[in-house]
Design a protein around this ligand. Structure first.
Ligand SMILES: Cc1cc2nc3c(=O)[nH]c(=O)nc-3n(C[C@H](O)[C@H](O)[C@H](O)COP(=O)(O)OP(=O)(O)OC[C@H]3O[C@@H](n4cnc5c(N)ncnc54)[C@H](O)[C@@H]3O)c2cc1C
Length: 424
């Protein structure tokens, strides 16, 4: 475990074992997958289930990246409401993506059930909570758009939202019964285990150091051996390392979380009694959810790794008390953060990086469902040779401008917001 993951609750409560070996010889397979997050593990699992021979290489341990650090909200769709997705992608591709991702929680929870993944899965829906009257107006727009796309979402008033969350801080909420919560790292490791059971070879602590194509076959070099394969999936996303030639372009945005100790039964009965996962409409948003042991996990945009990060830690304590005054004396233990790959239009990108090879990145903070769907779709496209199996059309390249400046802008905005906001 790396230092930055030492305080990560998900590492402390992961029920799935971390068993993959290091690659120590040359291997020849149909498909090589680089990156052991949801995208890579889903690709390896689905390709192996189709009868392909597969080798997955993970630089650190399975779930080292966003997949082992996130909030665990397994949502339908992207951050953007359906009309925005259609506006950016056009009606045909936009409709297809909206409908594929509407079904993403079903795919995730089906995989969990089918492979017996021990990841605290609760499919009791999510609540998008209005932090202001303007936030409630935004939820009304989303509600109309989602309903017209066939989504079974409910708009809740302030009273119903208070009953569901156990907090009177909100002006209303949007309930999506399709979604739910998971233990994120357990889900990643469980997918990797299922891939191995389907005969994929999964290696960790085996960074891909060089990729080349000799006109026929991909060669992926690691310190312990070379993988040769006709097809390649590059799924390193915001945790890309070592391969300078194929670094994805995105704006890095950090998000951190802290967890309470397990709450006593009396408090658990009033705080999120229905087990929904939540986030709010704030521009610098807040998320909160329970884990299986009854810890409240609360998070927001922000990097815990810089000199002023105590501002984020102090804010999260104030925010917890603002939402739940009864938790004033409850210790807030673990604190960890992760990096999100944002694209300017908040839509993920699949790039065609050579013959029978795709790279993907940029889920922009919504990667549990999308990563699972995109990994499956890319594997199916490569194994069948049918590009129509891709969830979105592949592009030749994706460029983002001024990524460092925009990263500083977001982190400064989050730090200043946390310095001045919250009532206590
Ligand atoms: C704090 C946080 C909260 C979030 N909350 C949510 C949420 O509630 N719901 C949601 O849907 N999404 C959420 N997300 C987004 C989601 O976690 C990501 O979109 C998703 O995990 C991306 O999965 P991935 O497999 O594409 O990438 P990752 O999980 O980042 O995996 C990429 C992997 O590639 C490996 N790698 C890099 N370079 C190499 C190399 N050269 N060779 C081999 N391996 C390499 C890395 O070590 C890493 O393990 C959140 C993200 C963060 C950071």
């Amino acid at each position: 475990m790396t230092f930055e993951n030492a305080q990560n609750l998900w590492h402390q409560t992961c029920a799935e074992q971390d068993e993959a070996p290091v690659l120590s010889s040359d291997v020849t397979v149909d498909l090589v997958v680089i990156g052991g997050g949801y995208t890579g593990c889903s690709a390896a699992l689905h390709a192996a289930q189709m009868g392909a021979s597969v080798c997955l290489l993970e630089a650190e341990e399975i779930g080292h990246g966003g997949s082992g650090r996130n909030v665990g909200l397994a949502n339908a769709g992207l951050w953007l409401p359906p009309a925005e997705i259609r506006k950016h992608m056009g009606d045909g591709p936009g409709d297809r993506l909206v409908s594929l991702l509407a079904d993403a929680p079903r795919l995730v929870f089906d995989l969990i059930a089918r492979h017996g993944i021990a990841c605290e899965a609760v499919q009791n829906g999510t609540l998008h909570c209005a932090h202001s009257p303007a936030g409630f107006k935004d939820l009304q727009v989303r509600h109309t758009q989602l309903q017209s796309s066939g989504a079974p979402v409910d708009l809740l008033d302030a009273e119903e939202t208070a009953a569901r969350t156990g907090s009177d801080a909100f002006y209303g909420g949007l309930f999506d019964p399709r979604a739910g919560t998971i233990q994120p790292l357990s889900y990643a490791r469980g997918l990797a285990r299922a891939a191995v059971q389907a005969r994929a070879q999964v290696y960790q602590n085996s960074p891909a150091l060089r990729i080349q194509h000799d006109g026929d076959v991909w060669h992926v070099e690691t310190a312990g051996g070379t993988v040769r394969a006709k097809a390649l999936i590059h799924a390193t996303n915001a945790y890309h390392r070592d391969l300078a030639s194929s670094a994805p372009e995105y704006v890095p945005v950090h998000y951190f979380q802290c967890a309470t100790d397990p709450l006593p039964e009396a408090l658990r009965a009033t705080i999120l009694p229905g087990g929904e996962g939540c986030w709010d409409t704030g521009l610098i948003m807040t998320s909160f959810r329970m884990d299986e042991a009854g810890r409240l996990v609360i998070g927001a945009m922000g990097d815990l790794g810089h000199a002023a990060s105590d501002i984020h830690r102090a804010w999260v304590r104030r925010k917890l008390i603002e939402l739940y005054p009864e938790l004033r004396e409850v210790p807030l233990g673990q604190g960890w953060h992760g990096r999100i790959a944002m694209t300017s239009d908040h839509i993920p990108k699949i790039t065609a990086i050579g013959p029978s090879a795709y790279a993907v990145h940029g889920y922009s903070g919504r990667g549990i469902g999308p990563g699972t769907v995109f990994g499956k779709g890319m594997a199916e496209a490569l194994i069948t040779g049918d590009d129509m199996r891709l969830p979105i059309p592949a592009i030749d390249a994706h460029h983002e401008r001024m990524t460092s400046a925009r990263q500083i802008f977001f982190e400064t905005g989050a730090t200043l917001t946390h310095l001045f906001k919250a009532r206590f």
